[in-house]
Design a binder for this molecule. Structure first.
Ligand code: FE
Length: 182
């Protein structure tokens, strides 16, 4: 099963990884590999590396257009991705995936300069996602045991938009992926 699943994920990346990453300068596949690569470079724990690699897999699982946010549609990819990841992977992987949009809303509230660094597509989707968190929402978010992991993942997510970045290839994550299965 585990092998089949990892192959299925590799297959998904091959089939849908070339799709545009909502107006960014990289494809979905490049974005995912860059996020995971950055997590590896930081020496992050395996759950964060795998969560970084899979955080946007929801985008590869739906048939909505790449520019859905520009059309005013929230694709809810974090929920879709979470459902997929949660089925097969440890909670410590699935939860940061589910929270990576919330982490953006949290950072917007906590760090005034963070919003200014977001890419334009990310700002467009922010408004569909509810905008910066209120103080009460921040406090609630901080009660989730995985909120720090989600914030860390989010920082890689935001940086993983560099055209032609040299990264580790998907196949090199096989063992890490397998190790994070339930
Ligand atoms: Fe992302």
């Amino acid at each position: 099963m585990s092998n089949t699943l990892v192959e299925k994920i590799i297959d998904l990346f091959e089939k849908n990884g070339d799709s545009e990453y909502g107006g960014e300068a990289v494809t979905q596949g490049e974005h995912a590999l860059q996020a995971a690569h950055l997590a590896m470079e930081e020496g992050c724990a395996a759950n964060i590396v795998v969560a970084s690699l899979l955080h946007d897999i929801g985008h590869m699982l739906h048939a909505l257009p790449d520019d859905a946010p520009e059309q005013g549609i929230d694709d809810l990819h974090e929920e879709l991705g979470f459902r997929f990841v949660d089925k097969y992977f440890k909670h410590a992987v699935a939860e940061p995936v589910r929270l990576h949009v919330a982490a953006k809303r949290y950072l917007c509230a906590k760090e005034p300069e963070y919003l200014g660094r977001l890419s334009e597509p990310s700002i467009i989707s922010l408004h569909l996602q509810g905008g910066p968190m209120t103080d009460a929402e921040c406090r609630l978010f901080e009660q989730n045991p995985f909120y720090r992991d989600a914030v860390q993942l989010r920082r890689f997510d935001d940086l993983a938009k560099v055209p032609n970045m040299e990264v580790r290839q998907l196949g090199s994550y096989r063992t890490l992926l397998t190790g994070q299965l339930k």
